[in-house]
Design a protein. Structure first.
Lengths: 278, 225
């Protein structure tokens, strides 16, 4: 009986600690929103090598580099940036609820999204492409009939490939890392999504030299900067993006983040011209 | 509202729920069979079988389902090249059923064991006294009473299984509801909350009758003592 009582007390103590820890986290969040004037919250992917990647507290990738440049131009130095994870399904909500000020997270500009958020940019035009083993003879979507492909569950790329090549066998996984793992096991012939995401995967140290990006994009994904509806920052962000492209930092960022992947971006469409703000 | 209704024209939501019901149906049958076998092992007088049953339950009950399902695709399919059928997509459906079955069998085993505990010791002693050995005693005397005492916990396992069938999304079963929900959110980010609520309400509608039915059956079929 006594030991039960101790167990209950211990459990409650643990629960209290856990809950207060949560409370602490929330407080931290609201503090920083009070101080929004001197820091900026930017949503990025944490799990996409080459674009937005969490390396244990520091962040790397092309999205991150563009975000840093734009923030600098808006008057926020690097230590004033608060990075927030923005998974695909949460991006609209993060902006609508004011939990982030800008999103740089492979965020394609689409008409349905424009109904809830505004976009600055685009700062890059990606295209859906294929990542294949280095010795593969696949050169584009025409070679895919009857082949096994992998993409992420519920992604635009997964839907697009089902439409383009109805004869394809599609494995849908929670992330691209899982796709690459199945491909290195030999059960999958290609992984499909936006070319720059694939380049980031191929450039990862553990995959170096094993995979190549086919380089035959079959869609146009215009990566924009997500901002809350009616935000006044749009013009300034566009100016910053144009400046980044003009002074060569844009080119540098792409090269640095896809190094080792044997990847060249689609030069017909890039670097892009930012659209007029709404 | 019009926006919301247009979702149902673009996406076949009932078909996605139907996939979950199919997953649940097959996994429930396999889990019940395997779980009953495990329960028999655990109550058997043979120490090595008891040990096997207990080890199985401890391993699978304590492994997250997502890991088991992901192993089906990444390990069995990806690395070991296991294929349960020639049909590419059906293969993932079956691997998901396999994962759901081995996981829930551990819970079914424990539910049946709790049912066995409702059978008075005198029943087993009487069965032995009339000369029945372990298996006939279990089949004719213990398990029929145990199942009737285990309906409520088995119902709980079934309810958990219905909802856990969404984890098949991690196993490349792209037609089921959690995967469809992800697709809908990707394309209709403006309707995130209505989409979430649609699927939450859908599962409530499926699960409530199961709960009512098992509660009713557990009362109706309880052994009067």
């Amino acid at each position: 009986m006594r030991s039960t009582r101790y167990a209950v007390a211990a459990t409650m103590a643990v629960a209290a600690l856990t809950l207060s820890a949560c409370g602490g986290g929330d407080d931290g969040g609201s503090d920083s929103s009070d101080a929004a004037s001197d820091s900026i919250r930017i949503g990025i992917k944490f799990d996409q090598p080459g674009l937005g990647f969490d390396e244990g507290g520091s962040y790397s990738g092309f999205d991150v580099d563009v975000a840093k440049y734009v923030a600098q131009e808006l008057g926020y130095s690097e230590d004033k940036i608060e990075w927030v994870e923005a998974p695909s399904a949460n991006r609209e909500n993060l902006l609508a609820n004011g939990q982030v000020d800008m999103i740089f997270a492979t965020y394609s500009i689409t008409d349905t999204r424009k109904e809830t958020v505004d976009f600055a940019g685009p700062y890059f035009i990606a295209g859906q492409d294929l990542l294949v083993p280095t010795d593969s003879d696949i050169t584009g979507p025409d070679d895919l009939d009857g082949k096994n492909l992998c993409s992420v569950t519920g992604s635009t790329s997964a839907e697009k490939i089902k439409e383009e090549v109805p004869g394809v066998n599609l494995v849908e996984q929670p992330g691209y890392a899982e796709c690459v793992s199945v491909m290195s096991g030999g059960q999958i012939d290609a992984v499909t999504t936006d070319d720059i995401i694939l380049a980031g995967l191929a450039a990862q140290e553990s995959n170096a030299g094993q995979f190549k990006v086919v380089g035959n994009p079959f869609s146009e994904e215009r990566y924009g900067v997500g901002i809350p509806k009616g935000s006044s920052n749009c013009e300034a962000i566009n100016t910053a993006i144009t400046k980044m492209i003009d002074d060569g930092a844009w080119e540098e960022a792409i090269t640095a983040n896809t190094e080792g992947a044997d990847y060249t971006y689609n030069a017909d469409l890039n670097p892009p011209e930012p659209e007029a703000c709404a | 509202m019009e926006n919301y209704l247009s979702l149902f024209e673009t996406y076949n939501v009932p078909a996605a729920f139907w996939v979950n019901i199919q997953l649940t149906f097959w996994a429930a049958i396999w889990a019940l069979a395997l779980g009953t076998l495990l329960a028999l092992m655990r109550i058997s007088p043979i120490a090595s079988l008891q040990w096997i049953g207990a080890s199985y339950v401890n391993i699978f009950r304590n492994t997250p389902l997502t890991i088991i399902i992901a192993f089906g695709v990444l390990g069995l399919f990806g690395q070991l090249q296991v294929s349960l059928t020639e049909d590419f997509n059906l293969n993932f459906f079956r691997l998901a059923i396999l994962g759901l079955s081995v996981y829930h069998a551990a819970f079914v085993c424990e539910a049946i064991r709790s049912g066995v505990n409702t059978v008075p010791l005198g029943q087993a002693e009487a069965a032995r006294a009339i000369g029945l050995s372990f298996l006939p005693a279990a089949r004719l005397v213990i398990l029929p009473q145990a199942f009737r005492g285990a309906i409520a916990p088995l119902g709980n396992v079934l309810i958990a299984l219905i909802k856990n069938s969404t984890v098949a999304a991690a196993g490349s079963v792209a037609a089921e509801s959690a995967s469809l929900m992800k697709t809908m959110i990707e394309f209709r980010g403006d309707l995130v909350i209505p989409i979430f609520l649609t699927f939450a309400v859908g599962f409530v509608i499926i699960v409530i009758p199961v709960g009512l039915l098992t509660t009713w059956a557990s009362r109706k079929l309880a052994v009067a003592r």
